[in-house]
Design a binder for this molecule. Structure first.
Ligand code: HEC
Ligand code: HEC
Ligand code: HEC
Ligand code: HEC
Ligand code: HEC
Length: 463
């Protein structure tokens, strides 16, 4: 009898197992992929959300840090306003079928306007509407999960209210809100909700979290938060509580912080021979090592960004020679060596310029190696309009802990004076290619040249 029962139970268990596991697989699958993303567009009202100024009254330190970060200006920053209103909204006026995509810019840049506003585009920054809150305290601390796997295109799950989420169980109760701990804040998927973006052509036009995931830092458990929200204590995260030694500073410093960019890549240059006669050939080797980023460099708004290697030799009499990088011969290499080309013609349509010839592609001296990934519009021309990108070209960015090696062959002129020749290699960086910035009248700080790193070497020119 006992035996029978045991057999029956185990039979039941055995019978149930596939069902249970199928159920588990199914639920996991449903949660991660099949759930239609809850559409949060205009789902709530502005009054459902609290402004960051309110959080400031008790969290002044964190507020001041955040207010200096780009995420507090994601809607109001000059280049964002220009690209959104002049190019994106302009483009959807000319092509109404992309209106939904352009409304979606706000899903990441002005989430409160996206979820709480009824009209798109939201009011301009000068109107000081809730759109100006940009990526505010509310946006992050109301986030419960990602609705897709991988996370992308504002896949956050947000419900407004007095319950805010974070990692720590607070030492004191806040009179302003309830805190529920949520492990999602520990993950990089939390950032990936906005730092991965797939456009209507199915192209990953932003993939910072995906780059991180396939790189070395994910294996070591070094997350976005560890580099962009470093622990810095003792720090008073709220007025009524005690200072914590491991408080997460809300610095979010990135490409707009010259100090964060400086030193990201280390470089060294060396000649193959130390002494040479006029007319002889010297080959310089430059090694560029990415020691600092957890993703590729550049990442994020890759369509806008360039980093380039410039090498110049100065002879004993002070004459300067520009050295061209040696071609390696890979597919698409022409987009990684600066030259005299026109590009970005697709800006003509949104701007209402018929037969627009484009502007200079690179805007830097010719013959330099550029570390970039080109984006192409449906007609195969280079574009900075990521939503209009049908294809990406060669990915010649520098991966996390990757070293790129470049060679420059220099044939000494016959009239080069004897003495010491100094050769300097510089890695420069620009947030936005200058010809585009100038054409769209984007204030100069967005196209300023930032030096990432430099190194010099010498050779002796024999008489
Ligand atoms: C009346 C004061 C007050 C206001 C206003 C306030 N908070 Fe707080 N908050 C606190 C206190 C006190 C704590 C507990 C701090 C602790 O011990 O960690 C806290 C904790 C938090 C935490 C959890 C931190 C942790 O320990 O992990 C988050 C997140 C948070 N607040 C977000 C917000 C946001 C977002 C706003 C604005 C919408 C806001 N707070 C407004 C007082 C306030
Ligand atoms: C090991 C440290 C490290 C990790 C981990 C890391 N970053 Fe960065 N990040 C940097 C550095 C250094 C820079 C500055 C250089 C640059 O612009 O790429 C940067 C820059 C950025 C930028 C600005 C890029 C641009 O061109 O505007 C963004 C956005 C960013 N990180 C997001 C993330 C996200 C999201 C994650 C996690 C998926 C992450 N970072 C992980 C170090 C890190
Ligand atoms: C881009 C998303 C983001 C924004 C914007 C943001 N936070 Fe946070 N915040 C986080 C994350 C993630 C953590 C937890 C980090 C960890 O502990 O690993 C955190 C932690 C906190 C903590 C606990 C800090 C500690 O470790 O002691 C407080 C308090 C807090 N946030 C309040 C705020 C306030 C107030 C604002 C607006 C001024 C704000 N946050 C804006 C993502 C954000
Ligand atoms: C709700 C969407 C959203 C979330 C969530 C989010 N970000 Fe951002 N982040 C943005 C947007 C939009 C920008 C671009 C700001 C601008 O317009 O320059 C940005 C910019 C940045 C920058 C670039 C700053 C610079 O100087 O160029 C860094 C670094 C960054 N985010 C880090 C993070 C990290 C780390 C997390 C996760 C803890 C995170 N973000 C979560 C939307 C988001
Ligand atoms: C999936 C989220 C997401 C969507 C959708 C999105 N962006 Fe962004 N955007 C970001 C993030 C994150 C950054 C920061 C990347 C970086 O730092 O390199 C950014 C950066 C930018 C920048 C560069 C900011 C700077 O100062 O360098 C501009 C301009 C911009 N976005 C405009 C737009 C426009 C216009 C649209 C709609 C066509 C759009 N974005 C859609 C997330 C998004």
């Amino acid at each position: 009898m006992k035996l029978m029962k045991r057999i029956r139970t185990s039979a039941k268990v055995i019978f149930m197992l596939p069902v249970v596991s199928a159920l588990i697989v199914l639920t996991a699958f449903t949660i991660s992929r099949l759930t239609p993303q809850e559409d949060l567009k205009s789902k709530y009202a502005y009054k459902d959300f609290e402004p960051a100024k309110k959080c400031r009254s008790c969290h002044p330190g964190l507020y001041e840090q955040w207010s200096q970060a780009m995420m507090s200006q994601a809607y109001t920053h000059h280049w964002d306003e220009i690209e959104y209103f002049d190019l994106a909204v302009g483009h959807s006026n000319a092509k109404p079928e992309i209106k939904n995509v352009v409304d979606g810019c706000n899903g990441c840049h002005a989430p409160l306007a996206f979820m709480g506003g009824k009209e798109f585009p939201p009011p301009r920054p000068e109107a000081k509407s809730m759109a100006n809150e940009s990526v505010s305290c509310e946006v992050c601390h109301l986030t419960q999960a990602a609705q897709t796997d991988p996370p992308f295109n504002f896949s956050y799950l947000i419900k407004p209210g007095m319950t805010k989420f974070a990692l720590r169980t607070p030492a004191v109760e806040s009179p302003a809100h309830k805190i529920v701990t949520n492990d999602f804040f520990r993950t990089t998927e939390f950032c990936g909700n906005c730092h991965n973006e797939k456009n209507p052509f199915g192209v990953w036009v932003k993939s910072t979290q995906l780059e991180w995931k396939e790189g070395p830092y994910s294996k070591e458990g070094v997350r976005c938060q560890d580099c962009h929200m470093p622990k810095g204590g003792p720090f008073l995260n709220a007025l009524m509580t005690k200072p914590y030694d491991d408080s997460r500073l809300h610095l979010f410093h990135g490409a707009h912080d010259p100090g964060k960019v400086r030193g990201t890549i280390e470089l060294r240059i060396q000649p193959d021979i130390r002494e040479a006669e006029p007319g002889e050939t010297i080959v310089f080797t430059v090694a560029l090592f990415n020691q600092k980023t957890g993703h590729k460099f550049p990442t994020g708004s890759v369509e806008d960004r360039i980093a380039w290697l410039q090498v110049e030799a100065t002879d004993a009499k002070g004459k300067v020679y520009h050295l061209n990088v040696d071609k390696k011969g890979f597919d698409g290499e022409e987009y990684t060596i600066s030259g005299d080309y026109l590009a970005y013609q697709d800006m003509g349509l949104p701007l209402g310029l018929s037969d627009f010839k484009g502007v200079q592609r690179d805007g830097i001296p010719a013959g330099n190696r550029i570390f970039r990934m080109p984006y192409f519009d449906p007609e195969g021309r280079m574009t900075i309009m990521q939503w209009n990108t049908a294809k990406q070209g060669v990915d010649y960015r520098i991966g996390p802990r990757e070293t790129k090696v470049e060679k420059l062959t220099f044939r000494l002129p016959f009239d080069v004076p004897p003495g010491e020749m100094k050769v300097r290699a510089v890695l420069n960086y620009q947030l936005l290619v200058k010809p585009v910035a100038d054409f769209l009248k984007v204030p100069a700080d967005e196209s300023e040249i930032k030096v990432v790193n430099e190194h010099s070497t010498t050779v002796q020119i024999l008489p």
